[in-house]
Design a protein around this ligand. Sequence first.
Ligand code: SF4
Length: 301
Amino acid sequence: MKLTGLHILLTYQCNFECDHCFVWGSPWQSGVMTMADIRDTLQQAKETGTVNSIYFEGGEPFLYYATLLKAVRMAHEMGFDVGIVSNGYWAISQEDAQAALEPFSGLLHDLSVSTDFFHYDEFISSQAKFSEEVARVLNIPLGTISIASPQESETCTEAGRGTLPPGESDVMYRGRAAVNLIDKAGRSPWESFTECPYEDLVEPGRIHMDPLGNLHICQGIIIGNIREKPLKEICAEYDPQSHPIVKVILNGGPAALVTQFDLPHEKGYADACHLCYNSRLLLREHFPELLGPDQMYGVNL
Ligand code: SF4
């Protein structure tokens, strides 16, 4: 696997508990990286010789502002392109947005701010507007991430695929969305989900790493832990066809998890991720090292 991007979940904690969150972000979550963890991770990323981009996300990375700022400086000094994904909660006025973002000036290649009805009362929040205005002045490239409500997605799907407004994405029914939003979603037969529509499980390019050092090829599917084996070795040794979960998804999608492991199932699921996530929940006890950690499956929340 030739890895070019590492997305570091600085913490599973978040000040919000959005219904669509893949990673069950919550104030009640556990797991945060220390400076020593970050230093080691960046060093390992450098040693791969291929990683050129680092993102800090979560959870909400601005919750640990001092650590985030130092981590961004460190990554920038090491020559990485650096990005942050945030819900923008700190941009409560133009002056506050300025105070939060000024120290990042000249360090960031991208700042992605979430804004939609999952996060705020307005689709384009005042936080997104303030952070956009300030980022423009500070020359920080900023984009917004917006997820359409299930109702909006259903309406657009009936009218024809691809009719969501530009810049909006569909909910993917994994993590908390697979529990909290499922009543509002339509269903398709479980046998129809014969491929993973979203992740490149063979050559992903970028990968997510959680605060415990786990590398996730998709959230909740672990391919190694950098505290146990160097990132460079994990990448060199990665073979999708020898990973007991990845190979099944690759060879027949989430529907193959049902048939291969003879899993109980419902007649219909909202999308491929809904079937995949529910099947993985049933398989966790058999593959505890590969389907985890508890945080990614909302355990203890
Ligand atoms: S189908 Fe499974 S592996 Fe693919 S994106 Fe959805 S949850 Fe991840």
